[in-house]
Design a protein around this ligand. Sequence first.
Ligand code: ADP
Ligand code: ASP
Ligand code: MG
Length: 492
Amino acid sequence: MARITMKFGGTSVGSTDALQRATEIVRQHVLDGHQIAVVTSAMGGVTNLLIEGAQTASSGDGERYKVITDHLREKHQQAADSLLHDPDARAAVSENVHRLLDQYEAFCAGMYVLREASDKAIAAVSSLGERICAPLLAALLQQSGVASQAIDACTLIVTDEEYLNAGVSWAESEAKARHDLLPLIESRVVPVITGFIGSTRQGVVTTLGRSGSDYTATLIGAFLECDEVWIWTDVDGVMTADPRMVPDARVIPVISYAEVGEMAYYGAKVLHAKTVQPLVERNIPLRVKNSFNPSHPGTLITNEASTTPGTVKAVTAIRDVSLITVAGRGMIGVPGIAARTFMAVAKQQANVLMITQSSSEQSICFVVPEAKSRAVVAAIQAELAYEFGRQDIDSAWADNDVEIITVVGAGMRRQPGVAARVFGALGEHGVNIIAIAQGTSDYCLSMVVRASDTETAVRQIHKLVVLNGRNQAPQPLDQPDSQPAEEREPTQ
Ligand code: ADP
Ligand code: ASP
Ligand code: MG
């Protein structure tokens, strides 16, 4: 018997077939004697639509959100009608769908009138997809003979007030999660918890950032001291590159928390950047598996870096970033310029993704999300106005036509040959490297390249990816999955 938190992503609950498959996966593991807690995303595409309706309303479109509301009513109602046989269960799920979508319409109407969409309002709106989906999945489990209860994570996950990328208060959330969830799972009731969302101490809804359900799952897994956390998605596991960009990308059978953490941070969409954080200290293994192909062993993520140092394991890319450069001859030997620059950046709440400084100190370069680039440049100009006046600093500018490529693999910093091979491969294909940073960890090497070079760079570096012979296929928990391999459906 093991205790497992299982998270189902948007595509894994995105259609009636997917919902049935998710239900069957949970039912099988309950029948096998495991204690299961479920974390669910919204049905695929729903969060995007909810946000689109709110944003168009706030910019003066009074129709689009109504079309979206109708579509979402129809989508969820159709899933409930075709899947739930018991009229009472169906009525209860329907009531929840329409109550929450009524709220959605009212929120959007308000945003339309005010021409305003605050972070607080967007968080409230984007939380609705998970809050609609969890009771539906719980009802399906109940119907399949598995005792189940939907739980709104707003009652469990306590966060700060950064509404769209909230920080979680671990101690408070852990106490609530253990208090509310342990009695359920110990009595074999499967809680179906909304991923992605939480609330402030005042009870205002927050979100953990896009793709945040992964993070909810690992938080719950850590709080409940689970034996494992499983992320069910629409690919066979964590892959050596984004399969949409590199068609011959392969599944990585085993990878360490640190390596996968770097991959997620540097753009691998398969996991939210904070996913592994809750698991590292408690050493809880994480598996990434395909709900459309459940017999595939997937990727096992643990503390062990099971590779030879210096092995290039994966390559990722981050789009929508901006390279900021602060340059001037008068910066030489003047202490404090870097500190003041980064203070100014921090005040804009911009996350600095990488930093490089040339040894002659004539410039500092760093990368921030493109959405913050204007504000960051303005803040630096204001902070260093005196130095600009004296012409110690000539300019501060943003270059938005760049992307970050990151090569991930344990022990890379100690293996100079890796960097040489990477740079060589890019040079041969005419990719110019604009900036390099390797100091961030022992696990990755990041480069800034022109956006138009990204695909070539990723594909060329991917050719260097060598899966090490000692990479073991992950062992199943205690027996192979009892699910038959199923045809993978096209994702939405
Ligand atoms: P979910 O809805 O299950 O959370 P996501 O769409 O967030 O799924 O993440 C899975 C997708 O991430 C895959 O379909 C794949 O296209 C993309 N992806 C990008 N990089 C990688 C990678 N290195 N390994 C696996 N998948 C990746
Ligand atoms: N539904 C949310 C999103 O689309 C969270 C998630 O799927 O993890 O970002
Ligand atoms: Mg995701």
